[in-house]
Ligand binder design. Structure first.
Ligand code: RIB
Ligand code: NA
Length: 304
């Protein structure tokens, strides 16, 4: 195995609309799509679609979504042996609203994901030890995230921590144990309490976090590209210009692709460039995983 994703899965209920109902009002929306999502599963699927061998440790509910989630992971070659049912819970769901400016608003109901525990990591330990890279997000309980980081450290596994969605109380000492800490601009703002509207502000907020002892800080900035900060060095990746249709899950596309190429060749700047292109390709299509290209489609996108 190359990559272990310990994280969430959700069912994305995506409504395309420009108006939201007021209290007591019923509104019709023009369009809807159902897709598999969740930050963890999205990142696992992106890496697997590009050819990485990926396993996931995750929890589904006791409902009609569970089977579909497991089958979806398997369809893309993700090892779902350690995706197990949390009895008496419902699967995680994410009602998503996308307007015609391609802006998205996402609500998450964690459901079963809130039950992923250190015991689930212990249960998967033998398989996890064979992985080279662990990828974590924050849609599962923080103690489980911390336990996973300790596990990875003890077993010489590299770690990417994507602090999404942002949790102000995240223990930065744990983030410092990870090889890569990868927030987007909003998460950076919440974690530091500093403004991030200009590039200077982003770098200042980044420096503050680096000052706490982070190894590599990679900040994704949506249509403004991304930056990698290490010590005093700053490396910028320009955005890949595309016409955005739906940006949901673009950050996950970036991280899954980055993880894949990091494992492939270890060149961080090059992996970021690929990740930036991959995320750009994903925003040209609707939905989260639904819009992630496989390796062939991605090559065609790059050559167009
Ligand atoms: O990052 C996008 C994802 O966030 C969606 O797939 C949704 O499920 C939420 O987890
Ligand atoms: Na998309």
């Amino acid at each position: 195995m190359d990559i272990a994703v310990i994280g969430s899965n959700m069912v994305d209920l995506i409504t395309y609309t420009n108006s939201m109902p007021k209290a007591g009002e019923t509104l019709e929306a023009p369009d809807f799509a159902l897709g598999c999502g969740g930050k963890g599963a999205n990142q696992a699927v992106a890496a697997a679609k590009l050819g990485a061998s990926v396993m996931m440790v995750s929890k589904v509910g006791e409902d009609l979504f569970a089977d579909n989630t497991v089958k979806n992971l398997q369809r893309f070659g993700v090892d779902a042996q350690h995706v197990t049912v949390a009895a008496g819970t419902s699967s995680g769901v994410a009602p998503i609203f996308v307007d015609d400016q391609s802006q998205n608003r996402i609500l998450i109901i964690k459901g079963a994901n809130a039950h992923l525990s250190p015991a689930d990591i212990d249960a998967a330990a033998e398989d996890l030890k064979r992985c080279r890279l662990m990828v974590l997000q924050l849609e599962i309980p923080l103690p489980t995230v911390y336990y996973a980081i300790d596990f990875a450290r003890q077993n010489g596994i590299q770690v990417i921590l994507n602090p999404a969605p942002a949790v102000a109380g995240l223990d930065i000492d744990y983030a410092c144990q990870c090889d890569f800490f990868m927030p987007n601009e909003t998460e950076l703002e919440i974690l530091t309490g500093l403004p991030v509207s200009t590039e200077d502000e982003v770098l200042r907020a980044g420096q503050m976090l680096l000052g706490r002892g982070l190894k590599n800080l990679i900040i994704t900035l949506g249509s403004r590209g991304s930056v990698w900060m290490q010590g005093d060095a700053v490396h910028r990746i320009k955005p890949t210009p595309v016409k955005a249709i739906d940006t949901s899950g673009a950050g996950d596309a970036f991280i899954g692709c980055f993880a894949h190429f990091l494992i492939q060749h270890g060149d961080i700047a090059k992996a970021m460039q690929s990740a930036s292109d991959y995320a750009a390709c994903s925003v040209t299509g609707r939905g989260t995983q639904l819009s992630y290209p496989d390796a062939d489609t991605f090559h065609r996108f790059l050559n167009d």
